[in-house]
Design a protein around this ligand. Structure first.
Ligand code: HEM
Ligand code: HEM
Length: 461
């Protein structure tokens, strides 16, 4: 096997693993969404909401998104440096270790082993495995960059470096803990410090998993699929540095109106508003790239994934900063509005970009066209409509919920009990489930179409 073929088989390995974990994570997500309407589905402790929710989030953040990031990073790094992947043997070991780690993570969370820190729920032995996987990733990406034949560093490479460095720093610092047994540990932080470090990690996980590498894919695959050069390299680099600088300060916007010191909250709020500019720097760059060529949204089946994807990113990065404002956070925090925000980002922005990038890579690697453009279009419309139903239902639900919690009678007593608020959510949860099912149908179409595209070409005599 030549260097190029070896790199391609590793990329395809990560593509298929990522899609496998996507399907598993979504089945669990649908179950969790159904449990909120039919609580009797909490059949055993293993199927309790508290356990399944973390299997859903970890499966999709670590299994689907990070698996997709590994696949696309290895593909982009090889192409952008015009150099074969450094340490291909290590990458193969990483592929197996990655799948074993996700399977063990899912099992441990099902079994109720949980540090109780959101997105950092895994217990310490698995944290060590995550660190080993990340060191492998860093060695392969940085090793390839160091021996690159192409001197110019395209913006996607900068975003990948930011991803490698920030995940390492925030993951290790937030997970520092004292083990008391093989399955239990306690964080070295406590009280307000713990909350502050946790959300500094949490928000930068959003940045370095759901933003930097996804932007790297957007900047690389949009020009590749449309044949249009990116509108401005200078703007992309300015947007990159200001985004990376701004993100690091915003974690405490998850802790507004809490005992965290006022100045930390205000700093986080100010930087959250600041982030609109660099985020929109990339949105505008994408739109201007299409300028005069909008017909490609119709003629090129992948262009619409990228443009709708960056549009949801644009909406997300306006919604996020406004959520950080004290008045709005006081109204919306803890309500359904926040999962609405989360799922526009994940089901809109992240899914659209990763799906399109995988279609492109699979077709290129196998040297054929996508199995069915028609199915790719069905895939697009199902995930778009499913996501819109899902998120719009939750935004309205969140506004209703916030209003009910705050409503008071003339004598100052609460107008509604907490249970009244729960009962009012049922119709919205039903729409969320329906939207989730549509989106899931779209993902099944995607998985089939991608599998058919990525079957190895039959050998000819
Ligand atoms: C300018 C950029 C952004 C800002 C300022 C921002 C702001 C916020 C704020 C203030 C919250 C907390 C809401 C609350 O709990 O009351 C939040 C939650 C969240 N955001 Fe964003 N957001 C941004 C972009 C994004 C993007 C692009 C994604 C990608 C999917 C994303 C994913 C999330 C997630 C997963 C949470 C939930 C965290 C949790 O409580 O578990 N955000 N965001
Ligand atoms: C069929 C599609 C999906 C369904 C039915 C679904 C369902 C759910 C449900 C019911 C919750 C719990 C909300 C709560 O606690 O109130 C949740 C949370 C979450 N899901 Fe999904 N989900 C889907 C797709 C996705 C995707 C594609 C991703 C990531 C790539 C994702 C990432 C998350 C995250 C990060 C949270 C935590 C949100 C927070 O703490 O506010 N979900 N999901």
């Amino acid at each position: 096997m030549g260097d190029g073929e070896r790199g391609s088989s590793i990329v395809m390995g990560f593509v298929l693993s990522s899609v496998f974990w996507l399907v598993v994570g979504l089945v669990v997500g649908l179950w969790v969404a159904a449990e909120m309407i039919f609580p009797a589905l909490n059949l055993t402790p293993w199927l309790a909401f508290g356990r399944l929710r973390v299997v859903h989030t970890n499966g999709l953040v670590f299994g689907f998104t990070i698996g997709g990031i590994f696949a696309c990073s290895y593909y982009m790094v090889e192409k952008l440096t015009r150099t074969p992947l450094a340490f291909p043997g290590l990458a193969r070991v990483q592929l197996w270790l990655f799948n074993a780690a996700i399977a063990l993570a899912a099992l441990s969370l099902f079994a109720g082993m949980n540090t109780s820190k959101e997105y950092a729920e895994l217990e310490w032995p698995l944290d060590i495995v995550v660190v080993i996987l990340w060191v492998m990733f860093a060695a392969i990406v940085m090793g390839t960059l160091l021996k690159r034949r192409e001197k110019q560093m395209y913006v996607s490479l900068w975003f990948l470096i930011a991803c490698v460095v920030t995940v390492a720093v925030v993951y290790i610092l937030n997970n520092l803990a004292a083990p008391v047994s093989l399955t239990k540990s306690y964080s070295v932080y406590s009280g307000v410090n713990d909350a502050n470090v946790q959300w500094w990690f949490g928000h930068n996980a959003v940045a370095s998993v759901f933003t930097f590498p996804i932007l790297a894919m957007f900047y690389y695959f949009l020009p590749k699929t449309t044949g249009l050069p990116i509108y401005s390299h200078r703007l992309s680099i300015v947007a990159f540095w200001s985004l990376v600088f701004g993100y690091l300060w915003t974690g405490a916007h998850h802790l507004m109106l809490t005992p965290v010191p006022e100045w930390i909250q205000t700093t986080a709020l100010a930087f959250s508003i600041f982030l609109i500019a660099p985020s929109w720097g990339s949105v505008v760059n994408g739109y201007y790239t299409m300028n005069g060529h909008w017909d490609r949204m119709k003629s090129n089946y992948l262009a619409k994934f990228f443009i709708l994807g960056i549009t949801f990113y644009g909406l997300q990065t306006i919604q996020g900063p406004t959520q950080a404002l004290r008045t709005l956070t006081g109204y919306l925090h803890y309500t359904e509005y926040i999962p609405g925000h989360v799922h526009m980002g994940t089901m809109g922005w992240v899914t659209m970009i990763i799906c399109a990038s995988m279609y492109f890579m699979a077709a290129k690697i196998r040297g054929r066209e996508v199995h069915s453009v028609k199915l790719a279009n069905v895939n697009f419309w199902l995930i778009l409509v499913g996501q819109l139903l899902f998120t719009a239902a939750l935004w309205v639900a969140g506004i209703v919920q916030g209003a009910m919690w705050k409503a008071v009678n003339p004598d100052g007593s609460l107008a509604y009990s907490f249970l009244d608020g729960v009962a009012a959510m049922y119709p919205f949860w039903a729409v969320r489930l329906a939207g989730g099912l549509l989106y899931f149908a779209g993902i099944l179409v995607f998985a089939y179409n991608l599998y058919m595209t990525s079957r190895p070409a039959p050998r000819t005599a």
